[in-house]
Design a protein around this ligand. Structure first.
Ligand code: NAP
Length: 475
């Protein structure tokens, strides 16, 4: 571990208390040059490690993440503001699962061969690219950081990785874990700093041959512009404005309705609504619109406690930073200007005690807005959802697709034919039928339209982090 060459640091703030809790290196292009040099030295040996050896190291990292669950979860909560129980239940177990999944996946990753009768046999080599860059956001810090790093390492690459400057601590702790697990020096280089300086230094470094980026569409556009003329491989997982579509037949069964409501509470407000997959546009069939509204608002009132992220009964914690908190409040001001009717929430909350200065916002539901307004078009990435009604299946598809984004969609219906027709017609990379955020790490993950380019997960990730080379043998 080495400090920034400039000697400069950035304050790290706990958003639940607004206190400065530490400092992180403000790295620049000189630090990236050092990291790339270390990766260059490590690559010739790492690329030749046996699959068993890579499996063993990555699997040990997974074990150590599990052993350090409490420390890592607390780091995540203190940096991000998410409830501690959520970090323990979701973020850290998933980070371990990412390493375990790709540790085993690389043992089974096979390539194709093509027999051209009497002419040739072709086989495809899948070789590591070399040095790759992985850049991740603040909403699911270790979860998304490891989702990139694990397949990149499994495929035999050396990695320069940058977590968000807003949530750096779990990445710092991961570096220690990787060392303890026996990952050789220089194979994984975690560099801290801002997107504009550190991130761009990674993206533009000529020896970094591929970039895997998760973050905003704005930053994705900037990165795509920088790397396109350099012909680097690029994977972009960007923003979303996902529809959550509820058909009237769900109300026919009490259990199904209850399950839909509970899941919709989660898909609207889990992690303070700061999940790219959250269903921020709720579309409801007209005949059950009023029933949905009444039941949904009641459940929010009864169950959605906003509070100190360290408290067991807190369902919604702090917004990640002052900047993001102000952005969400500005979005709420715009919704009001657009004549949105605020059904609940709409304001900041001042808590008492330890969290008196923290960044908290009420869970907010808005109606009376059309599909084209700013509130229904721009990603807010906070605890804010809108309600819109539709009459027919065709109208539901048109409303759902009326977005520049195409990341995910949820469909609620007991009519399997309707569900499959909707799935085929929705412009989104991920469709959930009667569920939300149910993940199988083997499936392709990613978005259409302005939600990104390429897919992560399973073989897709291993293909991204390898170069395909065809070898043709004349028969
Ligand atoms: P962001 O501002 O785009 O930042 C994401 C990461 O990129 C951070 O590490 C950031 O560094 C870095 N960065 C920013 N500008 C950069 C540049 N020009 N060059 C290189 N790196 C740069 O996004 P965020 O606000 O952290 O995260 C929220 C966004 O991520 C939302 O739009 C959300 O939908 C999206 N997201 C998408 C997915 C998905 O799978 N599709 C998953 C999660 C989140 P700093 O933070 O240090 O500036």
């Amino acid at each position: 571990m080495i400090g920034p060459l400039s000697g400069k640091f950035i304050d790290n703030v706990n958003p639940a208390t607004a206190e400065i809790v530490g400092q992180i290196p403000d790295s620049n292009e000189k630090d990236i040059a050092v990291a790339v040099h270390a990766a260059e030295k490590a690559f010739p040996k790492w690329r030749l490690t046996s699959l068993e050896e890579r499996f063993a190291i990555l699997n040990r990292i997974a074990n150590l993440i599990e052993e350090n669950l409490d420390t890592l979860a607390l780091a995540e909560t203190n940096d991000n503001g998410k409830p501690l129980w959520l970090a323990k239940k979701v973020d850290i177990p998933r980070a371990a699962a990412n390493f375990r999944f790709f540790a085993t996946a690389i043992m089974h990753f096979a390539t194709a061969s093509h027999h051209n009768e009497g002419v040739s046999v072709n086989y495809t080599l899948r070789q590591p690219i070399g040095i790759v860059g992985c850049i991740s956001p603040w909403n699911l810090p270790l979860y998304l950081f490891t989702w990139k790093i694990a397949p990149a390492l499994a495929a035999g690459n050396c990695v320069i990785a940058k977590p968000s400057e807003v949530t750096p601590v779990s990445a710092f702790l991961l570096a220690r874990i990787c060392k303890e697990a026996g990952l050789p020096n220089g194979v994984l280089n975690i560099v801290h700093g801002t997107g504009a300086v550190t991130g761009e230094a990674i993206v533009t470094h000529p020896k970094v041959k591929a970039i895997s980026f998760t973050g905003s569409t704005r930053a994705g556009e900037r990165i795509a512009g920088l790397v396109a003329p350099k012909f680097k491989k690029l994977s972009l997982e960007l923003g979303g404005k996902n529809p959550n579509i509820i058909f009237a037949d769900v109300a026919n069964a009490k259990d199904a309705w209850e399950k839909m409501l509970r899941t919709t509470i989660r898909s609207s407000f889990e992690n303070q609504g700061e999940i790219c997959l959250c269903g921020s546009r709720i579309l409801i069939e007209e005949t059950v619109y009023e029933k949905f509204k009444t039941d949904f608002l009641q459940m929010i009132k009864d169950e959605l406690t906003v509070g100190d992220p360290l408290e067991e009964n807190t369902k919604q914690g702090a917004i990640v930073s002052k900047v993001h908190y102000e952005k969400i409040l500005n979005c709420l001001a715009i919704a009001k200007q657009e004549d949105g009717k605020i059904l609940c929430g709409g304001n900041a909350i001042q808590l008492e005690g330890r969290c008196a200065n923290g960044f908290f916002i009420e869970p907010t539901v808005i109606e009376n807005l059309g599909p084209d307004c700013t509130t229904n078009q721009e990603e807010i990435f906070g605890p804010v959802v809108t309600l819109q009604s539709f009459k027919t299946e065709e109208a539901a598809i048109a409303l759902a697709n009326a977005s520049q984004y195409g990341l995910a969609a949820s469909i609620w219906t007991n009519d399997i034919g309707k569900a499959n027709r909707m799935a085929a017609n929705l412009e989104a990379g991920i469709i959930w039928i009667n569920c939300w955020l149910v993940r199988d790490l083997r499936t392709p993950f990613g978005g259409m339209k302005n939600s990104g380019v390429g897919r992560e997960g399973g073989w897709e990730a291993l293909r991204f982090f390898t170069e395909a080379k065809n070898v043709c043998i004349k028969l």
